[in-house]
Ligand binder design. Structure first.
Ligand SMILES: Nc1ncnc2c1ncn2[C@@H]1O[C@H](COP(=O)(O)OP(=O)(O)O)[C@@H](O)[C@H]1O
Ligand SMILES: [Mg+2]
Length: 239
C-alpha cells in the first residue's frame, strides 16, 4: 500500500512553477529520501503532503485521503526545515503542546519523545536557552510525540552532530520497522544511503528514483554523490 501518492502535482508561486508535474509514490513502512539542490521543490512537496499548501492541479493522497483532512493530520508528524518553537516554553512544554494539538494529551508521550532525541536532561530548560542543534532535536520531538503514521522530516539533521545523527537514524529505522512511513529531505549523502528509496527532484519534477544500489548502477558512479551529479548534469536547465 502507498502511504503517499502524488500524481502530476503542479504548484505555482506567481510565475514560478515550484512543483511542475511531480508524481511519486511512497510505500507504507518505508523510508523515502528526497534529494535535490536548493529551490528544487523539496519543502514545497513536503508542505503539500503535510496539508499546509494546496496544489494548483494534480492529485495528492496521504493514507488514502486528501492531505489536510483532520483524520490524516492527526496521523502526520511534520518537522519543518526551520524549527518553529515557543521560545519561552520549556522543551517538555513545547513537545506536550504539539502532541496535544495532534490530539495526544499524555505527559508520558512527551517524556518519551524528549528522551528519543536525547534531551531528557534539558527537559525543563526554556527553548531560548538551547543551541541550534538542540532546537532541531526539540522540533523532531514535537513531530513524533503523537506517534504518527507518517513522518515528514525536512532536513532534520542539519546542525546535529554526527554521533547523534547516527543514533537518530537508528530510531527512524525502528519507527519504519513498526510500520511508520518516513519522508526525509536531505543534502547529506551518508544519510541518503540509509533510505529504502531515493528520489532526485529537480525544477519541481522527479528526475530519478530507485534504491541506492539501483541509482549507483544506473550511472556507473562509485558513490551516490557522483551518481546524483551525473543524473542532475544530464538535464538541461530551463531557459
Ligand atoms: N511561499 C512561497 N512564495 C514564493 N515562492 C516560493 C514559496 N515557497 C517556495 N518558493 C519557491 O519555490 C521554489 C522551491 O522552493 P522549495 O520547495 O523551498 O525548495 P527546496 O526545499 O528544494 O530548497 C523556490 O524557487 C522557492 O523560492
Ligand atoms: Mg527546503
Amino acid at each position: 500500500m502507498d502511504a503517499v501518492a502524488l500524481t502530476d502535482i503542479v504548484k505555482t508561486f506567481g510565475r514560478l512553477r515550484a512543483l511542475d508535474g511531480l508524481s511519486l509514490n511512497i510505500r507504507a513502512g518505508t523510508i523515502y529520501g528526497i534529494l535535490g539542490s536548493n529551490g528544487a521543490g523539496k519543502t514545497t512537496m513536503i508542505r503539500l503532503i503535510a496539508g499546509l499548501l494546496a496544489a494548483d492541479s494534480g492529485e495528492a493522497r496521504v493514507l488514502d485521503d486528501p492531505p489536510g483532512r483532520p483524520a490524516v493530520l492527526a496521523r502526520t508528524g511534520y518537522m519543518p526545515q526551520t524549527p518553529a518553537l515557543y521560545e519561552e516554553l520549556t522543551v517538555h512544554e513545547n513537545v506536550a503542546f504539539f502532541a496535544a494539538c495532534y490530539g495526544r494529551r499524555d505527559p508520558a508521550a512527551a517524556d518519551s519523545a524528549v528522551e528519543f532525541v536525547g534531551l531528557s536532561d534539558r527537559s525543563d530548560s526554556q527553548v531560548r536557552t538551547l543551541s541550534g542543534g538542540m532546537r532541531q532535536r526539540v522540533s523532531l520531538a514535537c513531530a513524533i510525540a503523537h506517534d504518527p503514521a507518517i513522518l515528514l522530516l525536512d532536513e532534520p539533521t542539519v546542525g546535529v552532530d554526527p554521533a547523534l545523527r547516527v543514533q537518530l537514524w537508528g530510531r527512524f529505522r525502528d519507527m519504519a520497522a513498526r510500520g511508520a512511513t518516513i519522508l526525509v529531505s536531505s543534502h547529506i549523502m551518508d544519510e541518503a544511503e540509509r533510505c529504502d528509496t531515493l528520489g532526485l527532484i529537480l525544477n519541481g519534477r522527479l528526475l530519478a528514483e530507485g534504491s541506492v544500489a539501483e541509482i549507483r548502477a544506473r550511472t556507473g558512479a562509485a558513490d551516490l554523490e557522483g551518481a546524483f551529479l551525473a543524473l542532475a548534469g544530464s538535464v538541461d536547465e530551463p531557459a
